[in-house]
Design a protein around this ligand. Structure first.
Ligand SMILES: C[S@@+](CC[C@H](N)C(=O)[O-])C[C@H]1O[C@@H](n2cnc3c(N)ncnc32)[C@H](O)[C@@H]1O
Length: 268
């Protein structure tokens, strides 16, 4: 059996350490504080598709360390509410927003996003979620809740790196899902669930290339900072995460598991 490995507690609790900063810089080019397959170009492109400009109310589901949300609030002048299950991530996000001077336009809550979110109907212009949806159960109900939270004409965008587009063995599935709950879906399932939730699907973009590239660079960066990382997370977890990153790279390059970005709109 593949042993579970811990990613998020480690990177969020140790977010500002020299090793974590160096790994992010080497893996992503520009360090947004992300813990995913996201680069800054991709993040700003998603924000543009959502129309997340000055004054817009944006909800980020699975906001992780808070780095991408804080960056978005600073770069685009929008207000961002981030929710994440991980308390280290939420704590880090609040401190980061304070240190970057955007605490007035951001808020972060520790919430399980598989349940109805504690916000009023029609309170957001946009919902964004990067590489978190695969970890969240009850997807059909979650999308109905996002629809409820959006204003008429509001947009939602989420990425899903777990779309099964080729043959994948049970060992590969086990390694790929060794860091927590994962939902794997067949092609077209997300489009169908968005439609059932009341959305119009505007675009589906294949963003598998970023997962392949980032996984490879992240693996190499962690290998370069091995000593510091092993001292923190232990040998077994270090090797488990390296195995996970090699698996993501292989499955993505061979397009057996694909990552898509789904852009959808609530009718005006
Ligand atoms: C791959 S990380 C992405 C974080 C961030 N969006 C980024 O791009 O760096 C996935 C995030 O989903 C969060 N998550 C997992 N299950 C969740 C749930 N049920 N509700 C809210 N967040 C959840 C994890 O704690 C983690 O921060």
């Amino acid at each position: 059996m593949t042993a579970p490995v811990n990613l998020y507690d480690n990177v969020y609790a140790d977010f500002a350490s020299d090793a974590e900063r160096a790994v992010r810089r080497e893996a992503y080019g520009e360090d947004l504080g992300q813990s995913s397959w996201l680069t800054v170009e991709e993040w700003l492109g998603f924000a543009d598709q959502l129309g997340a400009g000055p004054g817009a109310e944006v909800l980020e589901v699975g906001s992780g360390s808070g780095g991408p949300a804080v960056y978005l609030a600073a770069a685009r002048g929008c207000r961002v509410t981030g929710v994440d299950l991980n308390e280290h991530g939420v704590r880090n996000a609040r401190a980061l927003a304070e240190s970057k001077g955007v605490a007035q336009r951001t808020r972060f809550e520790a919430v399980d996003a598989s349940r109805p979110l504690p916000f009023a109907d029609g309170s957001f212009d946009a919902v964004i979620s990067n590489d978190a949806m695969c970890h969240i159960a009850n997807r059909a109900a979650v999308l109905r809740d996002w629809h409820r939270l959006l204003k008429p004409g509001g947009r939602a965008l989420f990425t899903d790196a777990m779309v099964v587009t080729g043959p994948v063995s049970h060992e590969e599935l086990a390694v790929r899902s060794s860091i927590g709950f994962y939902l794997f879906v067949p092609p077209d399932a997300n489009e169908a669930m968005l439609c059932e939730a009341g959305f119009t699907v505007l675009a589906v973009q294949d963003v598998t290339g970023n997962a392949a590239e980032v996984a490879s660079r992240w693996h190499a960066a962690r290998a370069r900072h091995r000593a510091a990382l092993v001292a923190r997370e232990g040998e077994a977890n270090f090797e488990g995460l390296q195995r996970f990153l090699r698996c993501v790279h292989a499955l993505s390059v061979e397009r057996r598991l694909s990552r898509f970005a789904y852009l959808a709109e609530k009718s005006a």
